[in-house]
Design a protein around this ligand. Structure first.
Ligand code: ADP
Ligand code: MG
Length: 732
């Protein structure tokens, strides 16, 4: 019967040929060729069914069994006509990646004959054995049942011969075991809250979606060099390696011409992505050598995120074809830039308005201002929650490590816009006074000038974790390997909560007979004042900002486990549970999974470093040291009495001693690190364990590395067992 097992999408991509036949030079000829798009749905299912599915997508309504049967049948017909033989539910377990389970389109008929089958029940739900996915205590390990259920808002697609159906992943109890379910809930919460606020301005607004355009940074490394670096292969980053004499100083890589092999790789993964409906548009070199970026046209956030996860898998596959490995780790190489996944985010109405884009008339600008101020206040109030969603063992190397956005969550608006908010705060009187008609007109006129202000306002701040860029916010602090569902969920939730509050407060004033515009002004004024501390226009990488942020009362948490605690505070619970994004158990499970993952990552790094130090580095250094000793002996034997040779002999002896010092430091470091691990592992609570890994075990990674990197400079290049930075970063 049906084959029943889990494989990673990566694995599927490895096995299935992608048929890159360079269909045509025109992207429009093959764009979304492998996607069950609304147009194809219309062709493959009854009109009524199609309409109901579209409605379900818009409203989040349930699709009943009969409809699901018709959708399944249409989906299957389409897939089979494209050569598909299997189907899979594709979901996002809490590992941060994606997973799937494959079944054949095949069943036994009453008379033992084989029939091609795929029913609505199978479309709507599958029951994989999911006991080996992290669940943070949500499901007892013996309770292996988890369900996947179709997410109609993300269209099905074909990879090779497999129809992939995007799904949510929930436990038997209904609790979410994935990152998509909370994202969908947060999108619904934001939709509801934002729509209500929009209706102050435009009664035609019935729906607000959140939009996401990610920019994906990554490194490429030659496959052979990758395989020769066990640290890269096992942990995703280099745990040792002296800086290359030349790396990014000259900034000659940024936007430079793309090397040929890299360009061939990019073209191919772009074609594959386009066939799967991923609207990739931009590609360029990044600052660091062998670092690159790609970005699509933005889409609805849930779909955009599915597309990002799919793209990462496609890139891994295509890279191997070109004898590359693609590195999504936030900091694969020390000393040069790391990689981020900037999340460009905004909100758009069903009437086609981008709520973070200033409009053509004062009214539209009032609406823009309303949303802008509410977002700033939301980030001010829930910076800790946002940080908890972007922190990880790998992104910790970026955040707060004086390169790329700091661990202080602040908002950049640009000088002009920021000044405008300051002015508004000054000009709008507080509760007790009233604005005269003239004052009000003047204020509205000024607000009407926002688009002009922004036209001139071309300043970009690349050091801000959360920057306004003219028609959207760019959440720059997100890590390159991160599943954006987490950060996007937290952002949507923070903004939804704020908009709900805003509406309540404005309505309360209207109830008391205040005019709507006055009420809106008054509340916005208060929000501007209350969220002032989070606005920062200066250099986010500077030490001065660290001091200033402290005085402003902003938190600066560079420790990952510490930052996760934000998931456990009463304040966060109030919004996350209050808006129904998680229940108490689900939220706690997220917290535990983050801590657990952190511990494991550092533990693996520590073990790999220990192994490499003991099996690769120390023996190599000893060998070279013995050669020097032999050479000193011979020199002394032959030329020992020659006074001119004393310098040479002494020099060699100094090197021998230097090597001895580094070797014993490495050896002692590895011993102490192992002891620190033992101690940490023995701790009863996961919080203590993660803190011990963060504070104790982790510190050895850099102190041991220091001595290894010194040895790399001393030992004969011919004997050094690992590819060096200059080789890895400049081979393309
Ligand atoms: P930059 O380098 O200036 O940041 P890029 O072109 O690299 O610009 O990336 C900009 C990203 O922002 C693209 O993915 C784009 O689709 C996205 N974007 C533009 N407008 C919006 C919007 N309204 N909502 C979400 N994302 C947007
Ligand atoms: Mg950008």
């Amino acid at each position: 019967m049906a084959t029943f097992r889990f494989i990673a999408l990566e694995e599927l991509l490895r096995r299935e040929p992608l048929h890159v036949d360079f269909p045509s030079d025109k992207i429009s000829d093959y764009f979304a060729q492998c996607v069950f798009t609304p147009e194809k749905m219309q062709r493959y299912m009854p009109q009524e069914t199609y309409k109901l599915v579209q409605k379900a997508i818009q409203t989040g309504q349930r699709i009943d069994r009969k409809i699901a049967d018709q959708v399944a049948s249409g989906m299957k017909d389409w897939a089979v006509s494209h050569g598909a033989t299997h189907y899979t539910h594709w979901f996002h377990p809490l590992t941060g990646g994606t997973a799937e389970k494959h079944d054949a389109f095949f069943d036994m008929g009453d008379h033992g004959q084989a029939i091609e089958a795929f029913s609505g029940a199978l479309l709507a739900q599958q029951e994989p054995d999911a006991s080996s996915f992290p669940n943070g205590g949500l499901r007892d390990t013996f309770e292996a049942r988890g369900y996947t259920a179709w997410d109609p808002s993300s269209p099905a697609f074909i990879i090779g011969k497999t129809l992939c159906i995007p799904t949510i992943f929930i436990a038997y109890t209904g609790e979410a075991l994935d990152s998509k379910t909370p994202l969908l809930k947060s999108l619904a919460a934001l939709d509801k809250a934002a729509t209500e606020v929009c209706r102050y301005y435009d009664k035609d607004v019935t729906r607000v979606i959140s939009t996401l355009g990610w920019e994906q940074e990554y490194f490429l490394i030659d496959e052979a060099l990758y395989q020769a670096r066990p640290d890269l292969a096992l942990t995703g980053r280099t745990l040792m390696g002296h800086a290359s004499a030349k790396d990014q100083q000259l900034e000659d890589h940024y936007f430079g011409s793309i090397p040929e092999r890299v360009s061939a790789f990019m073209k191919e993964f772009e074609i594959e992505s386009h066939k799967l409906g991923i609207p990739l548009k931009t590609r360029h070199n990044e600052v660091a050598p062998n670092q690159f970026e790609c970005a699509p046209i933005f889409e609805e956030a849930n779909l955009a995120n599915d597309h990002n996860l799919l793209l990462m898998d496609i890139m891994r596959k295509i890279a191997q074809k070109h004898k590359f490995r693609v590195l999504f780790h936030e900091k694969p190489f020390a000393g040069i830039n790391g990689s981020g996944k900037h999340n460009n985010w905004s909100m758009a109405t069903n009437t086609g308005v981008n709520l973070l884009k200033p409009g053509k008339n004062p009214r539209a600008n009032m609406q823009f201002l309303t949303f802008l101020v509410n977002v700033v206040k939301a980030v001010h109030d829930h910076g800790d929650l946002l940080r908890s969603a972007i922190m990880s063992a790998s992104n910790q190397h970026r955040l707060g490590a004086n390169e790329a956005p700091p661990a202080i969550i602040s908002v950049f608006l640009g000088t002009e816009l920021s000044r405008m908010l300051d002015e508004l705060e000054e000009r709008i009187p507080d509760k007790n006074k009233k604005m005269s008609a003239d004052e009000k007109t003047a204020l509205k006129l000024d607000i009407g000038k926002i688009p002009e202000i922004l036209l001139d306002n071309t300043d970009r701040n690349r050091t801000s974790p959360f920057a306004f860029t003219g028609n959207r916010f760019e959440f720059r602090a997100v890590g390159s390997s991160e599943n954006s569902a987490g950060p996007m969920t937290m952002l949507n939730v923070a903004v939804a909560e704020r908009l709900i509050q805003f509406k309540t407060e404005v309505d309360a004033l209207i109830e008391k007979k205040m005019k709507k515009d006055d009420a809106i002004f008054l509340i916005l004024r208060r929000y501007i004042a209350e969220s002032k501390a989070v606005r920062f226009e200066g250099n986010g990488y500077s030490q001065a900002w660290v001091e200033e942020a402290k005085q402003r009362g902003l938190t600066n948490i560079t420790s990952a486990p510490e930052s996760f605690k934000a998931l456990n505070t009463e304040k966060s619970k109030k919004v996350l549970l209050g808006l129904g994004i998680f229940n108490e158990r689900e939220l706690h499970s997220r917290y535990e999974i983050k801590l657990e993952e952190y511990i494991k990552k550092i533990q693996i790094e520590s073990r790999v470093l220990g192994d490499l130090a003991s099996n690769h580095i120390i023996p190599t250094a000893i060998k070279y040291q013995s050669m020097l000793i032999e050479s000193v002996k011979s020199l002394k034997e032959i030329l020992g009495n020659d006074p001119e040779m004393q310098d040479a002999i002494n020099g060699r002896i100094m090197t021998i001693k230097e090597i001895a010092v580094h070797i014993s430091s490495v050896r002692k470091g590895v011993y102490d690190m192992t002891e620190a691990r033992k101690q940490a592992n023995a701790m009863a609570s996961i919080e203590e364990r993660s803190a011990a890994y963060e504070q104790s075990v982790r510190s050895y990674l850099s102190s041991i590395r220091y001595h290894i990197d010194k040895l790399e400079l001393i030992v004969d290049d011919e004997h050094w067992p690992l590819p060096k930075y200059r080789e890895m970063l400049f081979n393309r």
